[in-house]
Structure formats: C-alpha cells, structure tokens
Design a protein around this ligand. Structure first.
Ligand code: HEM
Length: 534
C-alpha cells in the first residue's frame, strides 16, 4: 500500500509536474531562459530573428495547445473518488471489485452534457453523461452511462444520423444549447423509436439541479459472469444520496445567463468544502432463463425493465472526494470506453452497445492523438500493463527486448493460459442465424413504455412536459414536422397530443383509439394540462 492508501492517487503523484515553478524558467530542453518579455530582434525596431529559439518554442507550443473536443459530450466536469461494495456478488460475477466490502476501488467520474460544444452552458435541456472509470485490481472497468435509463435509438448504425440531427444546423451552426430546431424534430418524428427517450428529454430530468443530485444508468443490458461461467443479465443504476432534483425551466434559463458553469461549479465547490457527493450502485438482475419473459426485448436500449418486475438491488456506494488538479490533463484527456470490461462483466448483443464498443476507441485515436493514450495518467490502470504493442505517437515508455509472440529469443508477452481464472474469457454465448440487415420484430413497440412513463408522472410533471414540448416544437418552422410529432404523441396519449397541439398551432390527431396509454391511464383533462408549466 502506498503513501495515500489509494493506488490511483499514489500513481498520480508520480506524474505530477514540478509546478508551481520553484526555479527559473527553462525551455523544453531544460535550458534556463534569461528574458521572456521581448523577442530577439535585429535592432530595437527591427524584425524578429528566426534565431530566437525560446520565442519559437513558446509560440509553437501555444499554437498546438488545443485538441479536438469530443464529438458528443464535449462539455464536462470530473472528480476522483472511490467505490466499495456492500457485500460479495460472487454468486453473479467474478469481478474482483465486487467481491469484498473491505476493498475500496479508486474511480474517476466525468459528468457531461451531450449536445453543446465545450464552451456551452451547463443548464440546457439535454441528456447528461455519467461515466465512471473503476481502477480495479484486474484492470480498468468503464461504466459509461447517462442520467436517463433509455436511449434515442436501438441500433448504433443510426447514431451518426441522430447526432447530425441534434447538432446545430450545418449551414449556420445555429442553435447551440436547447434542442429546439427543425432537424432534431424532423429526425425524431420520422424515427418513432425515439419517442420514449423524447418523453424523458422533455421532462425535468433533462435539467438536473446538480450533478450531485442526478441518477445514472448503464442503459444497456449487460452480463455478469460468475466463476463457474454462469451468466446473469444486469442493468446498472446509480442513485444519488441527495435524491434526484431538477431545476424548473425558468431557473435553467436564468442560470445559463448568470452562471453558465452552474453545475460544474456546484460539483467543484461541494468537493472543495468536504461535502462529498455519494451514489449507491444498484443492479437489476435477470436470470438467463428469463431472457424472453418480458413484453419487450432486453437487447432494446429504448426500454427499461420496470422496477415492479425486477427490483433494483443496492450493491455498493461511490463517493467523490477529490477534484482533479488539471482540467486538461485529467477531465479532458480521460478516455471512457464501453469495451473496457474486466473478468466477470461482459456484453450482450444489444446492437447499440455493439456499436459503442467500436466507436469509443476509434474516436479516441484521433481525439487523443494516436494509440498510446492509455498511458496518460488519468487513463493508466493501477495494474501492470504488459503488451506487445509498440511505438506510435506519444509513446512514453522505453520498452526493451523483442515484441512478438511466440518467441524463443527472450521478450514478447505470452497470453495468460487462464488456468487460475484471472484472464478475461469471453462469455461463450451460443449464436445462430443467417446474416441479416433487419430490425428484430421484438424491437417494434415504440409507445407502450413512453405511455408508462407519461402515466407515472404527477400532474405538475405532466404540465412541465407539455410546456417543454410546446416550447421546443414551437420553434420548429416546418409545419409538417410539428404535425408528425403530434401524431406520434397521439400514440402515447391523446390528452398529451392535444395539449401539445393546442400550444403549437396544429390540429390534434384524429384519435383512432390506438394510443398506448388509453387503457392504462385515467384520462387527465385537457384543462389541467394547460398552464405555464411552472
Ligand atoms: C461519449 C459514441 C451512445 C454515453 C461518446 C463519444 C463518442 C460516443 C464517439 C466521445 C468519446 C470521446 O471522445 O472520448 C456513441 C455511439 C453511441 C453512443 C456511437 C451509440 C451507438 C451512448 C449511450 C450512452 C452514451 C447509449 C449512455 C448509456 C456517453 C458518455 C460519453 C460519451 C457518458 C462521455 C464520456 C466522457 O465523459 O468522456 N459517445 N455513444 N453514449 N457517450 Fe456515447
């Protein structure tokens, strides 16, 4: 055990630069500099000389200070902390960090907005990212989640289309911030699988008061695998100790003007004053034999598993107790990836998850400048790293010996034989079928859970949702898009659709008796859904 008792913190200490400066300024080559206020010139009023290596190095480094921002989730805030399980989960998973309540695993968490650029405001209506890197004794495990339990699309091949629709319009880059524009609503009205997530997005969950008061969800169905190789489906939930709280829309907008860093500042300040935010990790466990016991597909990321059907079981807690020391080095350079798993946690065939397992590494190769970003301090595991990978931009290690396997000349890392159960072995799921490019029929119901969500709302929450739809759709210039969206909402709930239609100047849907909530909800009067939404 190192000096601090936290393996990640001990490792970070070894990377700390000698800042603040304790001696005179030097160049990158370590040569002391006598003067940094004036460039070297030929005569007092003459041209700057090429020979001034300090001037050139200083400017060149500055010119290269920026890296690309994340293609989504560009704006964020992060913190270090720890996770500890309440009890052993050995019955379900062999993941080492879920075995022993006395073992604390260091973590780094990054919260983010999704749509806006790095310099946008915190309190916009948007999904929030909730990504956790566990520095476990078996390597890094990343749980890359959001603050809503479902997602917009079912298959990752639609992700570029979706993000292109969400982002500012291509010709003028307007608007940033709120999601109110024609392209988004055009896309979602044509892609009804988005309906459930759009209900969440128009709810108060999309304007959290604080990152400390936000739930988190792994969204996909993942798989636990125990030491005997038995799999169990699992959904992950983070529950904030402070409870889940939101802003109201007027507050959110005022915060955007008065303090665009409202959520980032809140997190930072709370940790600085020792008011450490805490979350409970919960799991919903489904035996593999029950894979088809639901009226939705467990592989469909637009669906929750209702808690009445499978309760959330609390399994551990996470505390964030240290702010990063350098935003760029840590919060900006951290690289989360759904494919960073440890033995005992595995994937399912959720087609959204499968796409993510490709996308994160791919984007980080360009965002972080080549294949060695796992060596950056924030990304480094606390376990030994032995690979046969070499070279590339940003290589910071001095490898010795040869780098291939099999190898009789010395060097080259062999793969672990797996006999002691330490190595990752992929879950031996049986797959069978012809190649096919078609959405499974089991993914086709887009409205039942949207209605379930709507029906679970209190009257005031329903009013907020209607007000949000009116505000956002009211900005859409294309009447057909507004009409199509209202038509979709009619399939969720006729009163919802009518209330929205009335606020945005289109006709309410004809009502063919097909709404998903028709039988399940006592109808709320249109009158009660009117109002200012406050
Ligand atoms: C960030 C792709 C769906 C949560 C990102 C990034 C990409 C990406 C390329 C930027 C990563 C980086 O530059 O380091 C995708 C694709 C998806 C998808 C292709 C669907 C196929 C989701 C879903 C969730 C999610 C369903 C939540 C469950 C996040 C989070 C981040 C992120 C939290 C920010 C990570 C950070 O803080 O650095 N995603 N994403 N994404 N994504 Fe996704």
């Amino acid at each position: 055990m190192g000096a601090t008792g936290d393996r990640k913190q001990d490792q970070r200490e070894t990377f700390r630069a000698d800042d603040p400066c304790e001696g005179p300024l030097t160049t990158d080559q370590g040569v002391e500099v006598d003067h940094t206020d004036d460039s070297l010139a030929a005569g007092e009023r003459g041209p700057t000389l090429m020979e001034d290596f300090h001037f050139r190095e200083k400017l060149t480094h500055f010119d290269h200070e920026r890296i690309p921002e994340r293609v989504v989730h560009a704006r964020g805030a992060g913190a270090y902390g720890y996770f500890e399980p309440y009890e052993s989960l050995a019955e379900y998973t062999r993941a080492a960090f879920l075995q022993d309540p006395s073992v604390r695993t260091p973590v780094f968490v990054r919260f983010s907005t999704v749509q806006g650029p790095k310099g946008s405001a915190d309190t916009v209506r948007d999904v929030r990212g909730f990504a956790t890197k566990f520095y476990t004794s078996e390597g890094n495990y990343d749980l890359v989640g959001n603050n809503m339990p479902v997602f917009f699309i079912q298959d990752g091949i639609k992700f570029p289309d979706f993000v292109h629709a969400v982002k500012p319009e291509p010709h003028n880059d307007i608007p940033t911030g709120a999601s109110a524009h024609d392209t988004l609503w055009d896309f979602v009205s044509l892609q009804p699988e988005t309906t459930h997530m759009m209900m969440w997005l128009m709810s108060d969950r999309a304007i959290p008061r604080s990152y400390r008061m936000m739930q988190g969800f792994g969204v996909h169905t993942f798989r636990f695998v125990n030491a005997e190789g038995r799999g169990t489906f699992v959904k992950f939930h983070w529950k904030p100790k402070l409870g889940a709280h939101s802003l109201v829309w007027d507050e959110a907008q005022e915060c955007q003007g008065r303090d665009p860093d409202f959520n980032r500042r809140d997190l930072w300040d709370a940790i600085e004053r020792g008011d450490y935010p805490e979350w409970e990790l919960g799991v919903q466990l489904v035996p593999e034999d029950d894979e088809f016991a639901f009226d939705f597909d467990l592989l469909d990321a637009t669906k929750i598993i209702p808690e009445e059907q499978v309760p959330v079981r609390p399994v551990g807690r996470m505390v964030l107790d240290r702010n990063p020391e350098n935003f760029f080095a840590e919060t900006e350079q951290v690289a989360f990836h759904t494919a960073n798993v440890v033995p005992g946690i595995d994937f399912t065939n959720d087609p959204l998850l499968q796409a993510r397992n490709f996308s994160y590494l791919d984007t980080q190769l360009i965002r972080l400048g080549g294949p060695n970003f796992a060596q950056l301090p924030v990304n480094r595991p606390v376990t030994p790293v032995r690979t046969n990978q070499r070279d590339g931009y940003g290589q910071s290690r001095i490898h010795r010996g040869t780098n291939y396997f099999p190898n009789s000349l010395g060097g080259g890392c062999p793969a672990h034989a797996g006999v002691d159960g330490k190595a990752f072995t992929h879950y031996a799921e049986r797959v069978d079928g012809a190649k096919i490019r078609r959405r499974s029929p089991s993914f086709q119901d887009h409205y039942s859970q949207a209605a379930l969500f709507w029906n679970s709302m209190a009257d005031w929450e329903k009013r907020h949702i209607v007000a949000a739809f009116r505000f956002e759709l009211g900005k859409v210039g294309t009447v057909e898009v507004r009409e199509r969206m209202v038509e979709n909402l009619g399939k969720v709930d006729p009163e919802l659709a009518s209330a929205v239609a009335e606020g945005i100047g289109v006709a309410a849907p004809s009502g063919d008796g097909q709404s998903a909530s028709k039988l399940s909800s006592p109808a709320l009067s249109l009158e009660s859904l009117r109002g200012d939404g406050s």
